[in-house]
Design a protein around this ligand. Structure first.
Ligand code: ZN
Length: 297
């Protein structure tokens, strides 16, 4: 049996981050259920699909998961701090599965935190510690645990790397990417290129802009070329989703790729638009960026 402990948790976290390319590539449910450490299988999420994973002989919860549009959505109250609801059973009572989370709160034990934007798809958000519990609202407050995990000599390098990765990571980016890729069916909005590894979740308004929230209506799935050209304001997209190309770009003729990627665009509309109206590009934000395009044109 695998012993619970800081070192075990740190090793698991390092494996999860490596498998997810530092939290940017979603992990499949099967990978999480089939996870092995020292030759023993240790599912990292609940096999029954609950949002809380309590290995049978462990004293503390191993992971918690938030499902997009789940019955009990979490709320991020400030960057890196969430309200996480107690698990309620079908009789409407606080489920016994919470007891190991209560224990983790009492002893300050870090847990893996996953976000599940769609079925079978899990993004590791980070390691969190339950820092408070409120029995009247039946919620935990969980917070990213940078620097909270005691550094043990044998694993200090791994832990330091993990803490640094957490600090540097733009937490919202993986979540944003997963939602944008799903909304655009993993195709470039401009050319419909269907290759996820060559696609980015582009912001219509950059994340330093007041309108630059990491929400689908501020996003576009774009291939690398079209992303760069859109960010450079060489391509414009107006409020009616029509495409424009800057004059100096149109004057260049540089072979078939250039022609196909840029010269054929004027007068056309976006090739791929999300099926759901609420996921479509926000005309207001498009307009702000289009204005910047026109100023350069
Ligand atoms: Zn493209």
């Amino acid at each position: 049996m695998i012993e619970d402990g800081d070192i075990t948790r740190t090793r698991i976290y390092a494996d999860v981050m490596a498998a997810s390319n530092d939290g940017t590539v979603p992990l499949h449910r099967d990978w999480l259920l089939g996870y092995e450490i020292d030759g023993e299988r240790l599912p990292l999420i609940d096999p029954q699909g609950r949002g809380i994973r309590n290995p049978g002989d462990w004293r503390y919860t191993l992971s918690v998961t938030t499902t997009e549009n789940g019955k009990y959505p979490d709320r991020e109250t400030q960057p890196g701090v969430w309200q996480y609801p107690y698990c309620i059973n079908k009789h409407g009572n606080v489920d016994s599965s919470n007891s190991k989370l209560f224990q983790a709160h009492a002893d300050g034990v870090p847990l893996l935190y996953f976000y599940k934007p769609m079925p079978y798809t899990y993004l590791p958000v980070g390691m969190v510690v339950p820092i408070a519990r409120d029995d009247s609202s039946e919620e935990f407050t969980i917070a990213l645990s940078e620097g909270r995990v005691p550094l043990s000599t044998s694993s200090s390098t791994v832990e330091r790397k993990w803490t640094e990765a957490l600090v540097q990571r733009r937490l919202h980016q993986p979540r944003f990417r997963a939602l944008v890729m799903s909304a655009y069916d993993e195709r470039c909005a401009i050319c419909a290129l269907p290759e996820a590894t060559l696609l980015d979740a582009a912001h219509i308004r950059g994340d330093k802009d007041p309108n630059g929230q990491p929400v689908v209506e501020n996003g576009l799935a774009l291939c690398s070329i079209h992303h760069r050209a859109y960010d450079n304001r060489q391509i414009g997209i107006d409020e009616d989703l029509r495409l424009h190309v800057r004059k100096d770009v149109l004057e260049v003729t540089d072979g078939p790729v250039w022609e196909h990627a840029l010269l054929e665009l004027p007068g056309r509309s976006l090739s791929v638009v999300p099926k759901s109206r609420k996921d479509r590009p926000d005309p207001y934000r498009l307009g702000l960026t289009f204005k910047e395009y026109l100023e350069q044109a």
